[in-house]
Design a protein around this ligand. Structure first.
Ligand SMILES: [Zn+2]
Length: 507
């Protein structure tokens, strides 16, 4: 070895894994190495290259960098309300175990994060990084010997659940993990570019961007790390730019919707001193995400779900945000679900959570009939729409449905007027609204419109009967789109139903 430290001068190349955890891990490692001395590092679209030039200096420097990341990203510092004591707490989604406390401070068991063992672990890794021996289960490279086996602290998918595809085949080879994959996988927990939302009752959500081009992944993350994201205990999406405080989003789709909106508002607006074109937005905004669901409790069976948002949906959000209309901020976040209880009408938190999540999901997944159906009134409960929310909803429906169908804003006026009539008649018999929502054939739809027409006669308030005729005409002209028109009618009927019943007090 000519007196050269083992591992010094060795060039390491890490190609794309095509695995969301590991590829994000590679970019995270790049970001770490970039701030470390004694190493040359280069990120390309399809690989990360690095060369350790001064080993002793490198080891000390990377050790310090990892410890700093651990303390600022894996841990959060909190003041205990009762005792006033300052504590460091591991973020709840992180699958690293606590070790025995040291001088009252929480520490992590994993050697790469342990003050007393990190240096030894790093020495092992960079000594055994190359060589002939076993072949690694994750990357396939051969290595001298491993430093640890495959486990959730390194790769969260490594559970013992047989039904999870891919893991079954790994089962017998848990021990064959190369030192480099250990390093990349375990350090991914200190990636400040992933999004999380922690639910103290059941599970945490972690969103990892699915971009297989390392350079692009790194650029995207750099954009949102310091603008949209921060690092509080329960969430890391800021409410306002440059200020403390994080969003308390409802579920996975609501969180993504929130993130998209902030990204568009804060990054696409300011990037070029004005608005980016939609063509550039499509390139800039990551639309493919993996959502990792981490349950609370001792058994951590992780669920992974891939979510992809279509160009059309991104386009609607772009148009809305450009016009200063915010579907998350001014519509979904404003909705409240109320329930009648023996003590009076109260906000129903679970119901509010559910409606916000449902509307976010149906919008992001481009499912308008699910969207309209989720607004249907349920027994002893109602949804509150603010005036602001109604305005955004109107523009949303125009961009999402009408424009596509080739309808004008006046047509929306017609549907809205009939929605008003449906709401008025439904206040007496809600069954009418249910039948409208359930109509499965054009015939059933016609029947429900006829029923509305008959019920109109008994109304106290005079209604614009003409609008019903116009609607019938509209449906005749756009027969292929009858379901779309019905769904829009359902949205307006529900909205007016809530407004009318809210204005009149309890029903
Ligand atoms: Zn490997």
């Amino acid at each position: 070895m000519n007196g050269e430290a083992k591992g010094e001068g060795v060039k390491v190349e890490i190609p794309t894994y095509n695995d969301v955890w590991m590829d994000n891990g590679v970019v995270n490692l790049y970001r770490i190495l970039n701030d470390v001395d004694g190493v040359n590092v280069n990120l390309k679209a399809d690989k990360l290259e690095f060369e350790i030039t001064e080993k002793a200096r490198f080891l000390k420097s990377i050790k310090d960098e990892i410890k700093q990341k651990r303390d600022s990203v894996v841990f959060v510092t909190e003041k205990d309300d009762k005792t006033g004591e300052i504590r460091n707490i591991k973020k709840d989604f992180v699958l690293l175990q606590y070790g025995k406390k040291v001088r009252g401070k929480n520490v992590l068991k994993e050697k790469i994060y342990s003050d007393s063992e990190i240096l030894e672990r790093l020495e092992q890794i960079f000594e055994k990084i190359v060589g002939e021996g076993s072949s690694c289960i994750l990357c396939g490279r051969t290595y001298l010997s491993g430093v640890d086996k495959l486990k959730q602290a390194v790769y969260p998918l490594a559970t013992k659940i047989r039904s999870l595809s891919g893991v079954r085949t790994l089962k017998e080879q848990y021990t064959e993990l190369c030192p480099l994959c250990y390093l990349i996988g375990s350090l991914e927990w200190c990636d400040e570019g992933i999004i999380y939302r922690v639910f103290p009752t059941s599970h945490s959500l972690v969103f990892i961007p699915n971009i297989y081009d390392f350079k692009k992944l790194n650029e995207s993350k750099s954009k949102w790390i310091d603008t949209v994201l921060t690092g509080e205990r329960f969430s890391n999406i800021r409410i306002s730019k440059g200020e403390e405080g994080v969003e308390r989003t409802s579920g996975e789709y609501n969180t993504l919707l929130c993130f998209f909106e902030k990204f568009l508002r804060w990054i696409c607006l300011e990037e070029e001193g004005g608005w980016m074109t939609f063509e550039s937005v499509k390139k800039e905004v990551c639309r493919d995400w993996t959502c990792m669901e981490v349950p609370w409790g001792a058994v951590k069976n992780i669920k992974f779900e891939n979510i992809s948002v279509a160009d059309d949906i991104l386009g609607i959000m772009y148009e809305l945000v450009k016009d200063d209309k915010h579907i998350y901020e001014n519509f979904v976040k404003q909705l409240l679900y109320l329930r009648k209880t023996p003590k009076g009408t109260q906000i129903d938190n679970a119901g509010t959570y559910e409606i916000r999540e449902d509307l976010s999901r149906y919008f992001l997944m481009d499912n308008f009939s699910g969207f309209s159906h989720s607004l249907i009134p349920r027994k002893k409960s109602r949804i509150i729409f603010s005036k602001e929310a109604r305005e955004v909803l109107e523009d949303l429906i125009y961009l999402w449905r009408l424009k596509k169908m080739g309808l004008e804003k006046e047509d929306l006026e017609t549907i809205r007027s009939v929605g008003n009539i449906v709401a008025e008649t439904s206040s007496k018999s809600i069954g009418l609204l249910y039948r409208l929502d359930k109509a499965r054939t054009p015939n059933e739809f016609w029947n429900s419109l006829r029923e509305i027409s008959r019920k109109m006669i008994g109304l106290e308030k005079p209604v614009k009967a003409k609008s019903l005729d116009s609607l019938i005409q509209l449906v005749k002209e756009h027969e292929g789109d009858w379901e779309e028109i019905r769904n829009i009618l359902v949205v307006y009927s529900c909205m007016y139903y809530y407004i009318k019943n809210f204005e009149r007090g309890e029903k």
